[in-house]
Design a protein around this ligand. Structure first.
Ligand SMILES: CC(C)(COP(=O)(O)OP(=O)(O)OC[C@H]1O[C@@H](n2cnc3c(N)ncnc32)[C@H](O)[C@@H]1OP(=O)(O)O)[C@@H](O)C(=O)NCCC(=O)NCCS
Length: 436
């Protein structure tokens, strides 16, 4: 039986600079992450590049190390048996409001040390630290859907893959208001963050991007490491001549059938820019199909097409998982499009933020009164739910009515789930274009 505190030591540190004596610790951590995700052994240059990106984002690396003697010939005690990375970015919580959010990433546990509670320990400690720092929200994207609900994470946005037939069938009911031009991919090193920032501020569910994305969109790094010389870029200019959208894309090769272009990154700050970038993609000669892996579930393209069946979409997949760390702070941060009062009884198995909360929304804002700690308990709850369900409905991505019907929310006051649906609605369907 393993004794977690005696057998393992947990350390948190920032990625070190290359000339720092602590650099080896960052390298070992980076290699452990790559191993956990079954990557090929990375070259020294690639590890250096990854650490540079981590430094730019101010990421914190958490590593779990064997405290006792390590069996001879096995990986040394300096190589973490478990990793966990964090950084802080903003989350758009609707109506243009941004909330600082702790992003969890690079979660791995070495197979020979799994199911001993290492993930639970890293998660519990890191979420508590984030809360102590005053953050009200944590977020992650998950490799498997069965891992994170137990820690209070709920699915707040979904995404889908799309294959679009761009043969002669593709006709959009849209009169362009701007124009599209091809550009050198490297212009995105400067432009991509600016364009993304506009999208970010107008899209509920959007997470601020880390350094990787501008490098990725411009072909400066690929998911496999070095440069991607296949990447091509087109920019959308709005009616005033400013760049308000871009697409980077790559040809899937002459063996693809039909000949296919893959979207690497598509960011459009306006609805018109989005449709006009699609118009451009569909016009690319010699190609009859465009694929995109990160498309919104509520996609406008199919509604703008004369033949909506040009779009073949996959099943929706869970994308952004949210975890409220402080119910009062998170609920008061939101804008509410409908006035109303709701008493919520929230369970939190990690003990970070459970309790009964009265949410009084009026004129867009809200006051949340929490019971406990000497304060009187609010009246009987209208809705009873765990923090994962509250996190899932927080951005309006799933209706509380659906969660009540599925047993995830107990509705004590008839009609309260529908009232919650109206109060938690956001101005447009949430979507997150940032994987981390
Ligand atoms: C997923 C992973 C991090 C789990 O680490 P671990 O240290 O074995 O997890 P713990 O021992 O702390 O288990 C915590 C809980 O999660 C459960 N759990 C762990 N992995 C699970 C999985 N893949 N599916 C379902 N449940 C899982 C455990 O049963 C345990 O449940 P309980 O505490 O409610 O009884 C590890 O298996 C791993 O590295 N997998 C490959 C990389 C990966 O998928 N990372 C996630 C990236 S988003």
């Amino acid at each position: 039986m393993s004794n977690l505190s005696a057998d393992y030591e947990i350390r948190r540190f920032q990625a070190a600079a290359k000339d720092d004596p602590a650099y080896a610790e960052s390298v070992a951590w980076m290699r452990a992450v790559a191993f956990g995700f079954h990557d090929a052994r990375r070259s020294d240059e690639r590890v250096d590049k990854s650490i540079e990106l981590q430094r730019t984002d101010g990421r914190v690396m958490t590593g779990v190390y064997q405290a006792g003697t390590v069996p001879c010939h096995s990986l040394g005690a300096d190589v973490p048996v478990a990793t966990f990375g964090t950084m802080t970015k903003t989350l758009n919580i609707g109506f243009g409001r941004l909330l600082d959010t702790r992003l969890v990433t690079a979660v791995t546990v070495r197979t020979s040390h799994r199911r001993r509670g290492l993930l639970r320990r890293m998660m519990g400690e890191d979420l508590a630290l984030a809360r102590e720092e005053g953050l009200a929200m944590a977020a992650l994207t998950a490799s498997e859907a069965s891992i994170y609900g137990r820690f209070g994470f709920g699915v707040a946005t979904s995404e889908q893959s799309m294959k679009v037939d761009t043969s002669a069938r593709f006709r959009l009911n849209h009169t362009p208001v701007g124009s599209v031009e091809v550009a050198e991919p490297k212009v995105l090193l400067d432009l991509a963050p600016e364009v993304f920032d506009r999208l970010h501020r107008s899209t509920p569910g959007s997470i601020g991007r880390h350094e990787f994305y501008r490098q990725f969109a411009s072909g400066s790094v690929s998911r496999d490491g070095g440069e991607d010389p296949k990447v091509k870029v087109a920019l959308h200019y709005g009616p005033r001549g400013d760049v308000d959208g871009y697409v980077s894309y790559r040809f899937a090769g002459w063996s693809s059938t039909p000949y296919t272009m893959e979207v690497v990154d598509l960011v459009a700050a306006t609805g018109a820019a989005y449709l006009e970038l699609w118009q451009y993609l569909a016009a690319i000669d010699l190609v009859d199909r465009i694929t995109w892996e990160e498309a919104p579930v509520d996609d406008t393209l199919r509604w703008a097409l004369e033949d909506a069946r040009c779009v073949e979409a996959s099943e929706a997949r869970d994308m952004l998982w949210l975890r409220i760390l402080d119910v009062k702070q998170a609920l008061e941060a939101r804008h509410y499009p409908a006035d109303g009062r709701l008493v919520l009884k929230v369970a939190d198995s990690l003990g970070l933020t459970g309790g009964t909360f009265a949410l009084d929304a009026g004129g867009g804002g809200a006051v949340v009164t929490a019971g406990g700690g000497g304060a009187p308990e609010p009246s009987a709850p209208d809705l009873e739910l765990d923090v994962a369900a509250l996190s899932a409905i927080y951005l309006g991505g799933v209706s509380p009515v659906t969660l009540a019907a599925s047993g995830r929310i107990l509705e004590h006051t008839p009609g309260a789930a529908f009232r919650a649906a109206r109060m938690f609605a956001v101005e447009r369907p949430p979507h997150c274009l940032t994987h981390f």
